[in-house]
Design a binder for this molecule. Structure first.
Ligand SMILES: [Zn+2]
Length: 345
């Protein structure tokens, strides 16, 4: 029995190392990373709701970037801190940093009351240009009066895609007035990274805007759509959001997804395996959703019963946040090919 145990653990550890051996060093792109900024040497701002919310303290902690540091060094300092961590990662080559536009009303007026975080395109683009560890993803609210010009400018500034968060930015994806906006994305060859499942990272959300079936509109116009978190979390009219997206994926080959945040224990436990089992691997892209990769939300110990003690312990020893996230997702069954796929140069 003991011999069998030793043999089994040898086979297990061999398969672990064999899997790791397939993943090339410095080959992985994180397609989904956020930064924090406060308005020091930048045009970022935080709305009063965000500041008064308990998450304000929590986010400074998990971003490893406080307002007092920003005051001393400027908001751009977070990029230097992150670049140092990315350099130390064995597998991560670079990350796409997501800007976050302000909320606009349908009339094209900035809605500061509903804006919690404003991370301007210029701010992200400037630091992505400065540091080779980053690429820039723009955010252009479709109700901005200058939306189409802003998309062109974003492209000129090096945007690799555009990110929108309807539940927070408060617009309907299938609003017919967005037709020109979607046409412009196609013309500029800019994919759209969009969030269409339940959102819970902000102090207030309007889930009615987060409707996966509405993706049919931009898809029918030819937009390449990257569904954040493969829409793993939530239901609409009794149907899981991920199934609604999968249904669309059958009809629209340019519908792809990222696997960011899929190990968050509180809201997405077990979702990574569901996504791996239902999606074709060549349409999935690696993303972390940093800072939500923090141990507090995504520790491998939450998967102890799935992974067993030895594997869990091995992963828990990895100090680099990305290397740990990659190892955990590998161990939970995400194929190695997904980590080698990239939407950026
Ligand atoms: Zn995110």
């Amino acid at each position: 029995m003991k011999v069998l145990g030793v043999l089994l653990s040898l086979v297990l550890s061999w398969s672990v190392y064999a899997n790791e051996g397939l993943l090339n060093e410095k080959s992985v792109i994180d397609h989904h990373l956020h930064v924090a900024c406060f308005g020091y040497q930048s045009k970022c701002y935080l709305g009063s709701r965000a500041r008064e919310n308990w998450r304000f303290w929590f986010y400074q902690k998990i971003f490893d970037f406080s307002e007092s540091e920003a005051k001393r060094h400027g908001d751009g300092y977070i990029f230097d801190k992150l670049a140092a961590r990315i350099k130390k990662s064995k597998y991560l080559k670079k990350a796409v940093v997501l800007a976050m536009d302000q909320v606009y009303t349908k009339e094209g007026v900035v809605d500061k009351d509903h804006t919690e975080f404003y991370v301007p395109n210029e701010f992200v683009a400037e630091h992505a240009r400065r540091l080779p560890e980053f690429e820039f993803a723009a955010s252009v609210h479709p109700y901005r009066p200058d939306a189409l010009e802003a998309l062109v400018t974003a492209r000129e500034m090096g945007a690799v895609y555009v990110k929108l968060l309807p539940a927070i930015q408060r617009f309907f994806i299938n609003d017919s007035s967005l037709k020109d906006y979607y046409h412009k994305l196609v013309e500029l060859d800019l994919p759209l990274l969009i969030h269409v499942d339940d959102e819970s990272s902000f102090s207030q959300e309007s889930q009615q805007f987060s409707e996966p079936a509405h993706l049919e509109f931009p898809l029918s116009l030819g937009v390449t759509v990257i569904v954040a978190h493969a829409a793993s979390n939530g239901e609409r009219d009794g149907r899981p959001t991920r199934e609604i997206v999968l249904e669309l994926a059958k009809r629209y080959p340019q519908l792809i997804a990222d696997v960011s945040a899929l190990t968050i224990f509180t809201t997405r436990k077990g979702h990574l395996q569901q996504i791996v089992n239902s999606w074709s691997a060549d349409r999935l892209f690696y993303g972390s959703d940093f800072p939500l990769t923090t141990n507090l939300l995504s520790s491998p110990w939450y998967y102890l019963f799935t992974l067993g003690f030895q594997k869990t312990w091995e992963i828990a020893q990895i100090s680099n946040l990305w290397d740990r996230d990659i190892a955990l997702k590998r161990a939970l069954g995400l194929p190695v090919t997904v980590f080698h796929q990239s939407l950026v140069p």
